[in-house]
Design a protein around this ligand. Sequence first.
Ligand code: ZN
Length: 109
Amino acid sequence: MMLLNMPLPSAMPSATQALTSGQSNVPYTTQQYRKRKEEREQSGSGKRKYVKKTDAIIYKNCNKDRKPPAHLQYFGNWYCKESETQSYEDWRAVLEQRGYGKKKRGDAP
Ligand SMILES: [Zn+2]
């Protein structure tokens, strides 16, 4: 009486062999095609990608997005909470002294 249900440990399929042979057997023409394709992609084939103008405006004083609430605009001037040393009120007062935001009050000399 023989045991026919014994598993056979040596019957493993050689998957590694199939992998390595597949990589080394790339035809020369295919290699050239891949190379050209790569070069074309790198050069952009003459087509320039349209670079979208970024929405973020970087404020030069802090190199960050010039966005509220850290940034306040006052009559075309920008106040940056992070890089400005004076308070917003003081900063605005300076602009007001320069004439920003003033309506004609008739108090000119
Ligand atoms: Zn800022």
